[in-house]
Ligand binder design. Structure first.
Ligand code: PLP
Length: 341
């Protein structure tokens, strides 16, 4: 039976044999009795990781491998490419990804080309010239979209960081991407209580290679983290729908506010600009309900002035990234309005 993503999020990765627990249990194993499917967890995984990998693999349409964090998936993908590889990355994109690429460039391992997310000619040219396109869409924190489908199938391999869209928003493998990566720390986990990443690819050779990279480098997820991420996934469709609805409403109101100069909105995320760094810091400090904290994608609303981080110093100084949670939209608006006043 063909299931929709909403149903897959609930039904995939479950045990179905008689007498088994409905939810795959937490298995905190490093080693297994010899002779079976599993021998050592860093190599073969655990039943808890396997359940999460099965569910995300089904949603994205490929084979998933779980890692210790989102950034560990970036390292595992780059591990597939030799010294001298040229990577194109959006100017505005997750600062940790750009930091990792810049470090590899300083060490003489990679060449990095930065392309504005909106420069479609630049992306088209790069697809025929570089070895790897590192796409993020929507971008963190500027919430711009990159039309990556036309870039696939050329010289460059295409990796899509699908953290902000989630597999319910877009399925990049079906649009021609070679690899999808996720920080499940964000929307998939959804409760700001874990770090975990996943790679997904429909190419069996690449899937084995990414799995081997995890074994080699040892960036394995924790048992509790994998269990929590799968638990989080079960409610992702309703969280995403509700938080996106609230984000749409608040983005409209923010756009009408005289203190706000530019509002962008994608899914559960809003980016808006205040006059300058001082106004933005004052706003963050003046909130009562919405928490001033880094990260995104949880059930609780968070704001942050991104340009305060060295890796995002080129972002407009007054830009606030607002991760919209599950609170009552009217409570959120009252808090925003009083902090903007
Ligand atoms: C947070 C984030 C990452 C890194 O994930 P971690 O789990 O923090 O290592 C990668 N990409 C995007 C878009 C992110 O928001």
């Amino acid at each position: 039976m063909e299931l929709t993503p909403r149903t897959q999020a609930v039904a995939a990765g479950r045990l179905t044999a008689a007498g088994q627990p409905l939810n795959p249990p937490i298995v905190p194993a490093s080693t297994y009795v010899a002779g079976g499917h599993y021998s050592y967890a860093r190599e073969d995984g655990t039943p808890t990781w396997a359940a999460l990998e099965e569910a995300i693999g089904e949603l994205e349409g490929g084979r998933a491998t779980a890692f210790a964090s989102g950034i560990a998936t970036v390292a595992a993908v780059l591990d597939q490419f030799p010294v001298g590889t040229e990577v194109a990355v959006p100017t505005y994109s997750y600062s940790g990804t750009r930091g990792l690429l810049d470090h590899a460039a300083r060490m003489g391992r990679l060449k990095v080309r930065r392309i504005d997310p909106g420069d479609s000619e630049g992306w088209t040219a790069a697809a025929g010239q570089v070895d790897l396109l590192w796409v993020e869409s929507p971008t963190n924190p500027t919430l711009e979209l990159i039309d990556f489908a036309p870039l696939a199938g050329q010289r460059a391999r295409v990796v899509v960081d699908n953290t902000f869209a989630t597999p319910l928003g877009q399925r990049p493998l079906s649009l021609g991407a070679d690899i999808v990566v996720h920080s499940a720390t964000k929307l998939i986990g959804g409760h700001s209580d874990l770090l975990l990443g996943l790679t997904v690819t429909a190419d069996e050779t690449l899937a084995r290679a990414l799995h081997d990279a995890r074994t080699r480098n040892g960036a394995t997820p924790g048992a509790l983290e994998a269990w929590l991420a799968l638990r989080g996934l079960r409610t992702l469709p309703v969280r995403l729908a509700e938080q996106s609805r609230t984000a749409g409403l608040l983005a409209e109101r923010l756009a009408e506010h005289p203190a706000v100069s530019r509002v962008r909105h994608a899914g559960t995320m809003i980016a808006f600009e205040l006059a300058d760094a001082a106004a933005a810091e004052k706003f963050c400090a003046g909130l009562g309900l919405i928490v001033h904290a880094t990260s995104v994608g949880g059930v609780e609303s968070l704001v942050e002035r991104r340009a305060k981080w060295p890796g995002d110093a080129h972002v407009p100084p007054g830009l606030i990234r607002f991760s919209v949670g599950l609170e009552d939209p009217e409570d959120l608006w009252r808090d925003l309005a009083q902090a903007l006043a």
